[in-house]
Design a protein around this ligand. Sequence first.
Ligand SMILES: *Cc1c(COP(=O)(O)O)cnc(C)c1O
Length: 370
Amino acid sequence: MIKYLDLKDITALHKDEINAAVTRVVNGGWYLQGAANDDFCQKFAAYIGTRHCVGCGNGLDALTLILRAYKEMGVLKDGDEVIVPANTYIATILAITGNRLKPVLVEPRWDTFQIDDSLIEQAITPRTRAIMIVHLYGRCAYTELIGDICRRHNLKLIEDNAQAHGCTHGGRRTGSLGDAAAHSFYPGKNLGALGDAGAVTTDDAELAEMVRSLGNYGSERKYVFSHIGVNSRLDEIQAAVLAVKLPYLDHENERRRGHALYYIRYINNPAVSVPTEDYWQENVFHIFPLMSPHRDELMQYLQDNGVQTAIHYPIPPHKQQAYAAWSAMSLPITERIHREELSLPISPTLTDGERQKVVELINGFVPSRV
Ligand SMILES: *Cc1c(COP(=O)(O)O)cnc(C)c1O
């Protein structure tokens, strides 16, 4: 069976270094907010290209803490609007509604699956305060037009970089393109921990300190609480693991990009549509998305022939029961993506032989109806 993603294999690539790093933390006797956290955050900020990095519990918390911090700083108020791509993962939306802000869902482009920048300006109202872009599937969502709109309308630009660690735009990394960025190190992400972990990167010192305080019970000094905070910290073991894996990230992303180019060049079945070589630019391929009106049948056929695939995602946020009030909204491109998307195996541990088998199978697929 060719697995969609084998985390055991990925961890095994760095097993000895990871074991040594974890053992150092275990033997050191200091498990939170210590040297490993400082070390990783400093390295990650340098890698992304921002002045500050603050570790936190997970990616959702990173998103939530950024918005929360802007509220404490008086930049955002209850009911303010945040523009966001309609086809994002639910966490982006949860962070907005969880802060009593209003998500304004904007359709993606069919060719890049990223927020359609030509639709953003018409979504701006007097309550709009921020745009949250999501570098979905590992593809850069930032465009010069988005930067320009934020400057002209005085909007904060927040990046959800959970899926795009290492992606670059004009020589700068995603996570350094806006005012603040949220990162998830969920095990399956391009840079994954061995459990939950997340971080915020920013050049804004005030924002960084507010996020740090809010994630530590709202405290800047021990037992003195200036804000109503939460507990969301990056633990020492996860930080040590991430510091081991970070130097290999670019190499592993190159391996993903190699698989993607192979799929783009060699899949040629008219029953599926494959992204273009243009889509391949500015992309670290957290996910390789195929689109097909025969998606479910194709998925079953691949499964029957020993290839595991995944769907990102089967139901868009506005059709989820959690947001039942939005169910009448019509977002045809988003809905089509959720109907047709199929993610192929693209792990850095996938072999050349395995990706060849995936292509041969897809090219041999004949849908039962036309
Ligand atoms: C994974 C993910 C998150 C949430 O990260 P967690 O660490 O699982 O909380 C947020 N946004 C996007 C786009 C993601 O893919």
